[in-house]
Design a binder for this molecule. Structure first.
Ligand code: AHR
Length: 508
């Protein structure tokens, strides 16, 4: 099947035994925003409490209550932005409950996720100070569903106003003189569902009301307002938002899409068969169609591409691990998740003209996490290692690719087995490739068109079984390794990709 990046339509239907890829240098290609590699931390299960945050009195080494091992791992990953506090939780959250002396903070019952009572010890200062330590941009998702315009705009003034104002005075009283300068603001979350069960028309009106009063106190004049976006293939949602919201009030439209086999029967994260694997891959590859179609609608109303498509929730979603709280969404992370990450990030890279930000759900201990913790132990998942290898694409110039992929067939259905994206930065060319086939290796010829490279080195993430994962007993079972099974001659890379593997090449 011949696929041109940016299009999900097959150009020829003939199955191939070999894959061919052409990588072309294009002067006017977009830059892949590093914000595509963003993360998401909700007050959900053990993401914040007993995940990131263990409290200052914990025996686990921490900085202002946040685990040092997590800080180090996320700094190594170079996370560009972090979305907080939800998710569904965002539309129940009242930020003033999470400031001031911790002993005086009221509690909140987390109505969406397990009904647990939280003490609000992790609040605005804790989150924004953490973002400073991580050198990452905060992305605050504000309460529209059960909040008010006043509460929302007070939050902006509290975190961004540098002069004298009621909220900056309050911030200073809470021991923070300088504003944090938060750029990314989400106006509610999943307004079609947990954010208020609204229609697109109703939300568009509400959005305009909120956005009108969102003053940019940051002094940088770069506030970025993100509208709560569509649920997967709800194209009408994007159509209405793009049609009804004036472009001077909006910078991004969100989209949420999870790779789920069946919402009523999601299956185990580690005990799955090839059929379930194939179904998950089909769901993950659907992202190509989703971003293509949402982009086409956005192009109609915004040909200049001012408004970004922000996929601020994506990833694999399975049944929770046996014996864990069903409301906590704790799942393991296998080679299947590495395949979701590798293919999805290739899709985002190839659509980077419109997709300029995305957030994997969720960073620690929830859904497709990059980090899992148990007591004082921590492990990095295969998804973490994929994202780390793909770091080379952050803010790099996209190199468009044309891919002829063999089919991965299961039963009567097929999906393309090979996925590719490429970019150039600081004189180096990087090509990330994924073979999702469960059993077959695929030989691939990559032609470099107009690209100078003397030679290449490569890293691979692979394992013996699709179900393989890192455990607290064996945290390094899956890590990137050097990869040598390729040749480079006269602008052509010839490579054999093992089954279910991710390979990233770097030119020398
Ligand atoms: O990421 C888990 C939940 O999924 C989020 O809270 C919500 O926005 C989505 O439905």
């Amino acid at each position: 099947m011949l696929l041109i990046a940016g299009s999900f339509f097959p150009l020829t239907a003939a199955a191939q035994q070999k894959s061919t890829v052409t990588v072309t240098a294009k002067a006017d290609a977009p830059v892949i925003s590093k914000h595509i590699y963003g993360h998401f931390a909700e007050h959900l299960g053990r993401c914040i409490y007993d995940g990131f945050y263990v409290g200052e009195n914990s025996k686990i080494p921490n900085t202002k209550g946040v685990r040092n091992d997590i800080i180090t791992a996320l700094k190594d990953l170079g996370i560009p932005n972090l979305r907080w506090p939800g998710g569904c939780f965002a539309d129940t959250y009242h930020w003033k409950d999470g400031i001031g002396p911790k002993k005086d903070r009221p509690t909140i019952v987390n109505q969406w996720w397990g009904g647990v009572t939280e003490d609000n010890s992790f609040g605005t200062h804790d989150f924004l100070d953490l973002c400073e330590v991580l050198d990452t941009e905060p992305y605050l998702a504000a309460n529209v569903g059960s909040g008010t315009v006043q509460e929302f705009t007070d939050w902006i003034q509290y975190v961004n106003h540098g002069g004298k104002s009621p909220m900056s005075d309050l911030r200073k009283k809470n021991n923070r003189d300088t504003p944090w300068g938060v750029k990314f603001w989400g106006v509610g979350n999943e307004a079609w569902g947990c954010g208020g069960n609204m229609t697109a028309e109703y939300y568009a009106n509400l959005y305009k009301q909120y956005a009108t009063f969102m003053a940019d106190w940051s002094n940088k004049k770069e506030m970025f307002r993100i509208a709560s976006g569509a649920n997967g293939g709800d194209y009408n949602w994007t159509e209405v938002l793009m049609r009804d919201i004036p472009k001077n009030l909006i910078d991004g439209v969100a989209l949420h899409s999870y790779s789920v086999i069946d919402w009523n029967d999601k299956g185990s994260s580690v005990k799955f068969d090839e059929k379930q694997y194939f179904e998950t891959m089909k769901a993950a590859l659907k992202m190509e169609e989703l971003v293509t179609k949402h982009t086409a609608i956005m192009d109609k109303y915004d040909p200049a591409k001012k408004v970004a498509l922000i996929v601020d929730e994506w990833g694999g979603w399975y049944d929770v691990e046996e014996g864990t709280n069903p409301g906590f969404l704790y799942q393991q992370n296998t080679m299947r998740d590495a395949m979701i990450a590798g293919t999805t990030l290739n899709i985002f890279n190839n659509h980077s003209e419109r997709v300029r930000m995305a957030n994997l759900a969720q960073t620690v201990n929830v859904l497709q996490a990059v980090i899992l913790t148990e007591g004082d132990k921590m492990l990095l998942t295969p998804t973490y290692h994929v994202m780390k290898l793909y770091k080379v694409h952050h803010d790099a110039k996209l190199l468009p690719v044309a891919v002829t992929s063999p089919d991965y067939k299961f039963g009567n259905e097929t999906v393309p087995a090979v996925s590719v994206s490429a970019s150039q930065k600081e004189g180096k060319t990087h090509i990330s490739m994924v073979n999702i086939h469960a059993t077959e290796k695929i030989s691939t010829e990559i032609k470099l068109d107009g690209i100078d490279a003397k030679d290449f080195s490569a890293k691979i993430i692979s394992s013996g079984r699709l179900q393989d994962h890192n455990t607290f007993a064996q945290p390094n079972a899956i890590t990137p390794k050097d990869f040598k099974d390729f040749k480079y001659k006269k602008g052509v890379l010839t490579v054999t990709l093992p089954p279910f593997s991710v390979v990233v090449f770097e030119s020398r």
